[in-house]
Design a protein around this ligand. Structure first.
Ligand SMILES: *Cc1c(COP(=O)(O)O)cnc(C)c1O
Length: 385
């Protein structure tokens, strides 16, 4: 399949017969073939393997122990970075040293996905931790006895068993993603050199590697029957789908009445938002008495809110460390209570003990509030005081 597809793809790309022949010569089912196919979202880090091209050159062109990488996948039409990644892999695949060793197959789809997850020797996945929700293709590989080599994230963090595949350790070591990428790339090269390639080509007199076969057997016996998607599906249900379903029902109501009501309310609030003015502000003077552990924070904000009611608005206080030039981390956050109100006017107040150590400074913000508005980002108006 790869031979036929590559011949077609390369001819279509107007490559010379020499290039096409070169690309095809290492497509041999006895070579170690490593598959990497998925959406080209940047968090999947398809670039990781190419962090050090000299090192990769040595691995794929190891005399007598060739390694072939098959890449496939699509990027979202609006994901320029994802598309650039594909472009870079195609460029690398055309270099002399990687011709026929790094192969990009176009038009990834379920048929190609099925063929790859059931026929390569190693299924590679290198996502940025902890962004992989599942990594479904690795599960598909396992069901076909294909051995995984992946970051311990997503399903592999639960599914991995020693001697039934390879893992790139779970712990995130560097805050700087570039350093983390370099470390992970180093682990990939080392594992390939010292483990995967070594075991794959450790052939006995019958022409196969019994160590390699044991990895396949362990994959089938230790990983495949013990892993299910139950935990992931339950996470999706409880964290996202159930809430969205309840919200859908809440907004549909009878004949979309609540949705209409919410839309009209948003229109009203939007029109009134810029007319909100502070009538008076009673706040502690932190330049004289520091706001710190054990002190009580007392404040009152009186607002003119023409066209709005008190319950259309929420007010909250945010506190950060006083030492910071700007508040980078919010240490405390507390909503204020409505103390009094009349049409077009509202007074918010708060009395709060500071229970955590540190010296604080504070600020207030107003936000729209409505019981039909479950998420603030659904109507992102904010007014800082
Ligand atoms: C399996 C599959 C996926 C999902 O792969 P992940 O590793 O979970 O990203 C995407 N596209 C196709 C065509 C597949 O077959």
């Amino acid at each position: 399949m790869i031979r036929e597809k590559l011949k077609k793809d390369l001819t279509h790309r107007q490559e010379t017969p020499q290039v096409i022949l070169n690309a095809l010569k290492d497509i041999n089912e006895n070579n170690l073939i490593i598959g990497f196919a998925r959406r080209f979202a940047t968090y999947k880090r398809a670039h990781l393997l190419f962090m050090n091209l000299e090192r990769l050159d040595k691995i794929v062109n190891n005399p007598g122990k060739p390694v072939v990488f098959i890449f496939s996948g699509k990027a979202h039409p609006n994901d320029k970075a994802g598309q650039d990644l594909i472009k870079r892999i195609i460029e690398i695949s055309k270099k002399k040293e990687f011709m026929g060793k790094v192969i990009f197959l176009e038009n990834y789809d379920m048929i190609l996905g099925k063929l790859l997850t059931s026929s390569v020797d190693i299924w590679l996945n290198t996502p940025t931790r902890p962004l992989e929700a599942s990594g479904t293709s690795g599960e598909k590989a396992v069901m076909n006895g294909v051995v995984n080599f992946s970051v311990l994230d997503g399903w592999w963090a639960e599914g991995y068993k020693p001697d039934a595949g390879w893992a790139i350790e779970e712990a995130k070591t560097f805050a700087n993603q570039q350093y983390q990428d370099e470390l992970d790339a180093e682990i990939i090269y080392q594992t390939l050199e010292n483990e995967i390639v070594k075991h794959y080509y450790d052939l006995n007199e019958q022409g196969f590697s019994s160590k390699w076969v044991s990895f396949i057997k362990n994959t089938i016996a230790q990983v495949a029957p013990h892993f299910t998607m139950q935990r992931m599906l339950e996470d999706y249900y409880t964290k996202y789908y159930d809430g969205l379903f309840a919200r859908r029902n809440q907004l549909y109501g009878v004949d979309f009445a609540p949705a209409t009501q919410l839309a009209e309310w948003k229109k009203k609030v939007k029109q009134a938002w810029d007319q909100i003015v502070i009538e008076s502000l009673k706040i502690p003077d932190t330049s004289r008495t520091p706001l710190e552990f054990g002190k009580k924070f007392i404040a009152e904000i009186q607002l003119n809110i023409p066209g709005l009611e008190a319950n259309d608005l929420g007010a909250e206080v945010l506190m950060g460390n006083k030492a910071d030039e700007e508040v980078k981390t919010i240490k405390l956050k507390q909503e204020l209570k409505v103390i009094s109100s009349e049409p077009g006017k509202v007074t918010f107040g708060i009395e709060m003990m500071i229970h955590t150590t540190g010296i604080y400074d504070f600020t207030f913000r107003l936000f729209p509030k409505n019981e039909l508005l479950k998420y603030r980002m659904d109507f992102p108006l904010v007014k800082w005081i």
